[in-house]
Design a protein around this ligand. Sequence first.
Ligand code: AVI
Length: 321
Amino acid sequence: MDVHTNLAFETLFGEEVYDGLTHNPKRLSSKFFYDKKGDFLFQRIMAMPEYYLTNCELEIFEKHKSEITDWFVAGTDQFNLIELGAGDGKKTKILLRHLFERKAKFNYFPVDISENILEQLKASLQEELPRVSVNPIRGTYFEALKGLERYNGTPNVILFLGSNIGNLKHRQAIDFLRKLKENMNGNDLLFIGFDQKKNPRTVLNAYNDATGITEAFNKNILARINGELEGNFDLDKFLHWEVYDPETGTAKSFLVSKVAQSARIDKLDLEVHFKQWETIHTETSQKYDDNMVRWLTEEAELEIKAQFTDSNYWYKDYLLG
Ligand code: AVI
């Protein structure tokens, strides 16, 4: 695979699993959902009618692609398009195609933690948009930030779509935006999606679908521990549980132990004990309003230059600089 940077993950996974499962209360990071099976399940989530986020952002891109890409090409004859957490690139392809059609000169750098998804993305782009220059980077968002320095000299447009920022707690989101800002030059732009507060039922349904895809996605973290760290978690003994607080806008995913049980993780030489109904917090998916976005961006000394929303006002993409 033609990957620009290949960063070490295996030790990081083990270390974080050890820390998280010996912490009180127990926790595991949602960034570890994404192995081959996790990528596949997330693609299925994005195709579910309940998971409105994808369609909202697709609608925004279809409706506003001219105006959005006007911002990208303004005042420069060439730029780098760096996408953090690129995934399968379904939405980005709308912008890539439009940029190509308007003869913009740019290089596309998709960054993702999943090597598998980057391979798929590169292959599908070679097929659909063979003349767009694609340079995949495997890494976490934070690791990839260090790499941004490399592209100085040509303006950068950083994409952070899908409300991926919502998987960070506010403090982490501010730190992340600050680090981005520190790595941005004067005329670099950040184009970023923030899922908005809405009917709490709509949010809960998106993270608790009747078909059980989200449940399988949540439990995939235990499957990964079993496969990669020689664990023996019994997935059926855990319940997928979603909560949403409409006041704070915070959705949280848990795995709840249905019984008192122990699991062994051989590679970590760790025995994990669960009381009945004990939880593992696996994911935060924050929903925002304008005040929260203003607060986060001000904390990071970023300026809101433009914003785009869908016809229901469920989701917003902001252009920051
Ligand atoms: C990737 N991320 C923005 C998704 C979200 O909405 O928090 C991951 C996800 N978790 C459950 N469903 C989708």
